[in-house]
Design a protein around this ligand. Structure first.
Ligand code: ADP
Ligand code: G6P
Length: 482
């Protein structure tokens, strides 16, 4: 029976070796959360990096491969220098900032580009070693943009899909990359290339036309005689899973693993009128965390009537700590939180509760369900699944979502209160609007968003992509490698 080979930089779990035992923790981020649901239901093999360097793995490689294969996964082992130059290097010092419009953070180093090329080849070889006749290969995200053409060269017959989980930037931004041509050629080895939004599709096609000079008809590229289809597939969430977990939580009111959630429950029992504003993200400069804190401070200054009554619960999960900008952001966030709390706190009230850690799934759901408002303010975000998860957990259809118009999710969630993350005054007034919003209006908005999210689930997203890939391959049998 044929299978889908999912290929992503990271596996859905990170392995740790403790003594002579192998432990695993779930990987954080939209790609891992989303594809985990797909992998759980399908006939699939997931190829990716286990999160440890080969040096850390030492003699545990065989055991690690055995553990991975029990969950239908295969490891790509990366040496410390590869992690440094490919992952922390070209992927996260060049492509991540470039694609999120942070040109001032973008560094180009030919040594890191070479590592990116070589590691992409490593992934391609691993895929080729596992691919059997009839399998479809689905490659994910910016770390692996060269893999489609590397596989295509060796196996012109297989069907290859690629999905980008981050924005594809406008041509004027993308053209600044010294390896723009190679990146586009790499992607065009696929039969189908998917993005979250229509805008990203247009940006990509525009770059293909202007950099490669290929002709584009509607959403099909003629890549030297091969047809490549390009389309948008907005990624959804496992709506039922979040919805029913929230319902279960409401019924049982159970104790949670983390002290944080238990303390929040106690707080709400003690002060039933207090209002919780939630924000959850990886600690990433694209997520607009400093803007959010500054806007919250501005809000407290402009609306002193809320002092003592609202609290911002800010959860940030550690991410990419070897990249200097992430360490700088951590320091900046600590300072800003300290400044606001120092300025406004009273004996029994702290305006910002800030936590720098990952939470287990149940506790995350409990946080969503106990918060009256979710404030999600990225400066740029491919999709943002947190916004969708928050909506999915609101079983009473109450609560307000404040969402940046720079997140891909804003295209679908037009009933959220949309804000420009750079506009402090707008965020402050929107917070006031959210806190005063009548229950009826909250329900009206939530209901519309839930309706959409319960239709366009993660399952539907995966099915749509795979069906479209099959159709593309059937309708346009491609002659050979590009
Ligand atoms: P990104 O992919 O850029 O990290 P998304 O919002 O699309 O952003 O996805 C983030 C995912 O990570 C969500 O599924 C969310 O539930 C999960 N997540 C974010 N913060 C935490 C945290 N502190 N603990 C556990 N999971 C988290
Ligand atoms: C985003 C990216 C993913 C990445 C995730 C976590 O969601 O699109 O590709 O896996 O962030 O980042 P990390 O660098 O820890 O894998």
């Amino acid at each position: 029976m044929s299978k889908t080979i999912i290929v992503s930089n990271r596996l859905p779990v990170e392995f740790k070796i403790s003594g002579n035992r192998i432990q695993s923790t779930p990987s954080v981020g939209g790609l891992a959360t989303g594809l985990k649901s797909v992998h759980a239901t399908g006939e699939s093999l997931w190829i990716g990096w286990p999160g440890l360097t080969s040096e850390q793995i030492g003699d545990f490689d065989v055991a690690l491969n055995r553990t991975a294969s029990e969950s239908r996964m295969a490891n790509v082992f990366l040496k410390q220098a590869e992690v440094r130059d490919f992952y922390f290097g070209f992927s996260n010092k060049s492509l991540w900032p470039l694609f999120h419009y942070f040109l001032e953070y973008t560094l180009y180093d030919p040594k890191q580009w070479d590592a990116y090329y070589r590691v992409n080849q490593k992934y391609a070889e691993c895929v080729l070693a596992h691919a059997e006749e009839g399998d479809r290969i689905w490659i994910h995200d910016y770390q692996l943009m060269l893999v489609p053409s590397m596989i295509r060269e060796k196996r012109p017959d297989v069907s290859i899909g690629f999905f980008l989980h981050i924005p594809f930037p406008a041509f004027e931004i993308f053209r600044t990359c010294p390896w723009r041509d190679e990146l586009l050629s790499g992607l065009l080895g696929a039969d189908l290339i998917g993005f979250h939004t229509y805008d990203y599709v247009q940006h990509f096609l525009n770059s293909v036309k202007r950099i490669k000079g290929f002709s584009v008809k509607f959403n099909e590229v003629d890549a030297n005689g091969r047809t490549v289809k390009v389309d948008s597939f907005p990624m959804g969430v496992d709506f039922n899973k979040f919805h029913f977990s929230a319902a279960k939580y409401e019924v049982t009111g159970q104790q949670f693993q983390s002290d944080l959630v238990n303390r929040l429950q106690d707080h709400l029992k003690q002060y039933p009128d207090s209002r919780l504003i939630l924000s959850i993200d990886r600690l990433d400069y694209t997520k607009g965390i400093p803007n959010r804190i500054r806007a919250f401070q501005y809000f407290l200054e402009r609306h002193p009537e809320y002092i003592g009554k609202v609290r911002l619960v800010m959860l940030a999960v550690p991410s990419r700590e070897d990249v200097p900008q992430y360490r700088k952001l951590k320091r900046e966030t600590d300072e800003l939180v300290g400044r606001v709390n120092g300025k406004f706190a009273t004996i029994d009230w702290t305006p910002i509760w800030y936590f720098y850690r990952s939470l287990p799934y149940e506790d995350l759901v409990a946080l969503y369900t106990t918060s009256h408002i979710a404030m999600i303010t990225p400066l740029r975000d491919g999709m943002n699944l947190v916004a969708k998860e928050y909506v999915a957990t609101r079983i009473e259809r109450d609560g307000v979502l404040i969402l940046s118009e720079m997140a891909g999710a804003a295209n679908e969630l037009s009933q959220a209160l949309l804000i420009n993350p750079e506009n402090m005054n707008q965020i402050s007034e929107t917070l006031d609007q959210a806190l005063r919003m009548p229950l009826e209006e909250q329900r009206h908005r939530m209901e519309a968003m839930q309706k959409r999210l319960s239709r366009y689930t993660i399952e539907k997203w995966a099915n749509d992509f795979v069906t479209s890939l099959e159709k593309t391959v059937r309708n346009t049998p491609n002659p050979a490698a590009c």
